[in-house]
Design a protein around this ligand. Structure first.
Ligand code: SF4
Length: 421
């Protein structure tokens, strides 16, 4: 029984009886604390007759200080840590198990997922430097302030230096800019015909901790100082985030509310899962929305993206119209150009008409298709990507060309398949 005197309400829960807090899907037996919400951690702490602020201390340690074990949280009394460990509670964030570095500075990681029985890995990508405003949120990315990325030395050992001298050195060097591409599932069921991840099929959904933890592992690897370094997050790695909706949004909340990363620098891409978009439109805290469009009409889109049989382009756009957009916020159309398939001037014209018809403030990200083994598409001819972009701009649609990043290490868009080379 929780003593009243020990009880303090967590944020947003004032007035609720403690019993209600304890009911809220709280894990009862020992488990991984990493990935639990503030409310769930509060329940755990109440279970140990601890004041509610202990949940805040745990969150601060896991997401700001980025500790990797209960033992490191010295702000918690030793006796409590021992008691928790005895009950089976642990902190097991995802860890980088392999890393590959591209000649362009991009790094692709295999991240070990701690919450499944399978020991599987998922892929996360670090793309240093500014992105030229092309990632799609239409707000903070196109600014040109901040210093260029500086590589921070030796690479490839999977270490996650957390020592104080390293942190001091990090805050002494110029601010870094980078984009982290995050996965939401292992594999994917959507079966876009141009995508290597699709070949894996869906293996399993990631938990909130496994999604947020990819980001925390990469921030730690690069000694990122949150609030000073300019980090964009794109939920565009393996998987369809809106088919793993709850854990994906729980991860977003952890990253915004506990790690301190601004939602204005986050973008989620969907293949067009209408119920997910409608739900997303109601979220008080949410990233920007990108739609993986890839064709200007249903006929062509069905060929490339079979999901179009279920949700037509107009259904997707109607759902996106439910978003309450912030000032200067765009909805992005991601458009992978496949040579001879969807990269002609007539498709550019039709896409411009579609963007206007949508009634949404649309910007288009153009991505030249990245070749992958076993996929029978061709990259667009040199010059076609620029011509496509020019036509969109002439028709009044903002369009950006995304530089292919990390092609040589299979880190580029649509190439994530846990390749071990
Ligand atoms: S492009 Fe995205 S949604 Fe489509 S199969 Fe690949 S990972 Fe899944």
């Amino acid at each position: 029984m929780v003593e009243r005197s020990a009880f303090r309400y967590p944020q947003g829960m004032a007035g609720k009886p403690p019993s209600e807090l304890l009911d809220a899907a709280a894990p009862v037996a020992g488990d991984n604390l990493f990935g639990l919400s503030r409310q769930q951690l509060t329940s755990v702490m109440l279970g140990f007759s601890q004041p509610v602020y202990r949940a805040g201390q745990l969150l601060d340690a896991m997401y700001r200080q980025r500790v990797a074990s209960l033992d490191e949280i010295t702000v918690l009394p030793r006796a409590l840590r021992e008691q928790m460990a005895k009950s089976g509670w642990r902190i097991s964030p995802p860890k980088i198990s392999a890393a590959f570095r591209s000649s362009d500075g991009t790094e692709r990681y295999l991240v070990a997922c701690p919450d499944g029985p399978d020991g599987q890995t998922v892929e996360t990508v670090w793309m240093p430097g500014g992105d030229g405003g092309e990632i799609g949120d239409g707000s903070a990315d196109s600014d040109s302030t901040g210093s260029a990325y500086e590589a921070d030395g030796e690479f490839g050992d999977g270490s996650t230096a957390a020592d104080e001298p390293a942190k001091k050195a990090a805050s002494a060097r110029p601010a870094q800019r980078a984009t982290i591409c995050v996965s939401s599932q292992i594999g994917c069921a959507v079966n876009c015909q141009f995508c290597l991840t699709a070949q894996l099929g869906l293996q399993r959904n990631l938990t909130a901790g496994e999604i947020a933890g990819q980001v925390i592992a990469v921030l730690e690897r690069h000694s990122v100082v949150v609030g000073r370094d300019r980090i964009n997050l794109v939920f565009m790695g393996m998987g369809e985030p809106f088919l793993n909706y709850e854990p994906f949004m729980a991860a977003v909340r952890l990253l915004v509310e506990e790690a301190g990363l601004p939602e204005s620098r986050m973008t989620v891409s969907t293949s067009g899962i209408v119920p997910g978009i409608l739900r997303f439109a109601q979220e008080p805290v949410r990233p920007h929305l990108a739609i993986s469009m890839n064709a200007p009409n249903d006929r062509l889109r069905e060929e490339i993206m079979p999901v179009t049989r279920k949700w037509k382009i107009d259904d997707v756009l109607r759902a996106a119209a439910a978003l309450r957009l912030r000032p200067r916020e765009y909805v992005t159309f991601e458009y992978v150009l496949l040579g001879g398939v969807n990269d002609r001037q007539e498709e550019a014209e039709e896409l411009a008409r579609l963007a206007r018809r949508s009634g949404l403030p649309v910007k288009v990200n153009l991505i030249a298709w990245n070749p992958g083994p076993g996929i029978a598409y061709a990259s667009p001819q040199p010059g076609n990507v620029e011509a496509f972009q020019r036509r969109l701009i002439e028709r009044g649609v903002p369009a950006f060309i995304r530089r292919p990043r990390g092609r040589d290490i299979y880190a580029a868009c649509g190439q994530l398949k846990r390749t071990l080379e």
